[in-house]
Design a protein around this ligand. Structure first.
Ligand SMILES: Cc1ncc(COP(=O)(O)O)c(C=O)c1O
Length: 422
């Protein structure tokens, strides 16, 4: 147990959930200063899809630094940036028939979301947005208005929000019908928004997945009313679902896509907004920021694309791994006969274990940590365990993690006397 330095603000959170001092990391493992190894099913909240200190990315980064490559350049052109734009277009956008301009924002996800909101407002001349129940889009004041959880929004004392929360897929019956009715009815009291922002899988909101049909209907609705359709792929993009974008199998054509987290592939901060050309309404420097050109991140991001996305091998590997992963998770639930207590959600390499009783997920997370597994909770009442290992974690390690998970669930259920376990 590591005691926190009291000079650090109360706002610290992961250091409370996982009270250890870490000093080394490799692949899907984190190592504490005392030598204890932890399997990492958190992956920097989705920022480490290719694992900690990925050796291929590290090599290119060290080479770049050794040769005095430019580290900081505002948004000036550099070889690192030009090369990233070319590689991103050649191996991510072009093969998928996607035509977008790249806007580099400040390096965190919320920066990209702020830019997307402004783009939608500037491009349509409208002043409002829709986001969804259980959504998470960031912590700065604009993005926070799109974020559903009250715990976070309590930090926001604005009398007027520009956002209206709409029901996500499955929140009510026929949520698209509800939206349609509100938008068509001039007396609904709901103005047509500039943009609708959606996560295909709500990572923080509880690993809720939207169906292909629902997302297609939402896109259709946006087109009909001239609303910009914005996909926030910050947490589940960059390969997490098995394809580079989380919606590739759904034949969607968003007006705007926001990416961050695993884009650099190395945990280095980087964010972009992908804009259709006709929505690129910006005047030079109108959305500014000192750190819009993290050249070190450009280097690792380019190398990640070169390594993993030039062919379909990695995609195929991830799809197979996902089958293995979900089989292992379902086995835990079935072996313990917990189908009534825990439901499994997610797709690709993001899985959620939703507990019927609220406090149990947190307890399992604590118990798992003691046994060497890092796993966080999410959902409206922290009632969902979120399994987010690096997507290239070896199957043996995934199985080991699921074994620890199983032991931890057993221990917590026994402690709480939830019911007798064989
Ligand atoms: C879907 C989504 N959007 C936006 C963000 C905000 O990103 P950041 O924390 O880098 O600002 C997150 C962070 O978890 C996220 O999951």
């Amino acid at each position: 147990m590591h005691e926190p330095n009291i000079l650090e603000s109360n706002v610290r959170s992961y250091s409370r959930s996982f009270p250890e001092k870490f000093n080394k990391a490799y692949g899907a493992k984190l190592y504490a200063a005392n030598g204890k190894a932890y399997i990492d099913f958190l992956s920097g909240a989705g920022a480490l899809n290719y694992g900690h200190n990925n050796p291929i990315l590290k090599k290119s980064l060290l080479e770049y630094i050794k040769n005095d490559g430019v580290t900081h350049s505002l948004d000036m052109s550099t070889s690192a940036k030009d090369n990233f734009i070319k590689i991103f277009n050649d191996f991510i956008l072009a093969p998928r028939n996607m035509k977008y301009r790249l806007q580099f924002t400040g390096p965190t996800g919320t920066n990209a979301v702020e830019a997307a909101i402004k783009t939608a407002m500037l491009a349509t001349g409208r002043s409002r947005m829709f986001s969804f129940t259980n959504s998470f889009h960031g912590m700065t004041l604009g993005s926070l208005q799109l974020t559903a959880n009250k715990y976070y929004r309590d930090g926001l004392k604005l009398s007027n929000s520009f956002n209206t929360f709409m029901p996500y897929d499955g929140y009510i019956n026929n949520s698209i019908g509800y939206l349609e009715k509100l938008l068509q009815d001039p007396a609904s009291g709901v103005d047509i928004p500039a943009g609708i922002i959606v996560e295909t899988i709500q990572g923080e909101g509880g690993v809720n997945t939207a169906s292909k049909e629902w997302l297609q209907a939402l896109q259709q609705l946006c087109k009909k009313h001239g609303i910009l359709f914005i996909i926030d792929d910050i947490q589940v993009g960059c390969g997490r679902t098995g394809t580079f974008f989380s919606f590739e199998d759904y034949k969607l054509d968003p007006d705007i896509i926001v990416l961050s987290k695993s884009l650099s592939g190395y945990g280095l901060p980087m964010a972009i907004v992908l804009l259709k050309e006709q929505h690129d309404i910006w005047e030079p420097g109108q959305h500014n920021g000192t750190f819009r050109g993290n050249n070190l991140a450009f280097i690792t991001a380019s190398q990640a694309i070169n390594t993993y996305w030039k062919t379909s091998d990695f995609e195929l590997e991830t799809k197979n791994k996902s089958i293995f992963f979900f089989r292992a998770i379902n086995e835990v639930i079935q072996t313990l006969n917990l189908q009534e207590l825990i439901s499994v959600k997610g797709r690709g390499m993001i899985a959620g274990l939703s507990f019927k009783f609220e406090n149990l997920a947190n307890e399992v997370s604590k118990e798992a940590f003691l046994r060497g597994l890092i796993i966080e909770t999410c959902g409206p009442k922290n009632n969902v365990l979120k399994l987010l290992p690096p997507i290239n974690t070896a199957n043996t390690l995934l199985a080991q993690g699921c074994e620890i998970l199983s032991e931890s669930i057993k221990a917590v259920l026994m402690k709480n006397n939830v019911r007798k376990i064989a």
